[in-house]
Ligand binder design. Structure first.
Ligand SMILES: C[S@@+](CC[C@H](N)C(=O)[O-])C[C@H]1O[C@@H](n2cnc3c(N)ncnc32)[C@H](O)[C@@H]1O
Length: 209
């Protein structure tokens, strides 16, 4: 069979398989665990892009508490003592969280959970979603972004990082559905940007009477 029919078949089979996997937290976890076991995401640990989100957070919350949803191993975040009050990483992959714990990061805790249903009584100055939003369906991403403001402190903001700047344009449509304001967007449409696109989101301001 030629490449084009194979690609078409992969597309046809791929969409329902992805939808099925997404519906089951167990299958989603198994899929990510397998990818980590095969070393698919090892290259992320060596990327230097983690400085940008931490510097951005410091502009609105020095010494912040941070919730990192879909944290992976967290190895690419330069978490240094004295820079943050507490960092909590959440990921559906047990393997990623084991690797994260083995790094012995300062003032950090980790938890295995599905961010689509994750909840906590704690409140955070920054909630990170770094290269994870696209692994959720649009309704799932919308539901998550609608409830995250409830986990923020008064000064808290949500920071979404999307490594592929082209795909970030689609994300603007999702934000529109979520009663969130874009406080900062990097890079702007005219910039490049090695670490991808960043959106700093705040709960939408109440309309003036
Ligand atoms: C591309 S990796 C990004 C990891 C890390 N945020 C980074 O930027 O280096 C996506 C991560 O999202 C996690 N993930 C995907 N779907 C998830 C879900 N529903 N709940 C929690 N974590 C999820 C995966 O296990 C994986 O670690």
């Amino acid at each position: 069979m030629g490449k084009a029919p194979l690609r078409t078949m992969a597309r046809l089979v791929g969409a329902p398989v992805r939808a099925l996997v997404r519906r089951s937290p167990r299958l989603t976890a198994a899929l990510w665990d397998t990818q980590y076991a095969l070393g698919f995401w090892g290259y992320l640990d060596d990327t230097g892009g983690g400085e940008v989100p931490l510097s951005l957070i410091e502009t609105w919350a020095p010494n912040p508490t941070i919730l990192d949803l879909g944290c992976g191993t967290s190895a690419n975040l330069p978490l240094a003592e004295g820079r943050h009050r507490h960092y909590h990483g959440v990921d559906i992959s047990r393997r990623a969280i084991e690797a994260a714990r083995s790094l012995d990061r300062p003032y950090a805790s980790f938890e295995v959970a599905d961010i689509r249903t994750y909840d906590t009584t704690r409140r955070f100055d920054a909630i990170l979603l770094r290269e994870v939003i696209y692994y959720l369906s649009v309704p799932e991403a919308t539901r998550l972004l609608r409830r995250l403001p409830g986990l923020l402190t008064d000064r808290g903001r949500i920071l979404v990082q999307i490594y592929d700047v082209q795909r970030s344009r689609q994300f603007v449509e999702v934000i529109r559905e979520c009663a969130l304001d874009v406080a900062t967007r990097l890079p702007t449409d005219s910039d490049g940007g090695a670490a991808g696109a960043f959106f700093v989101l705040t709960p939408a301001a109440a309309p003036k009477p």
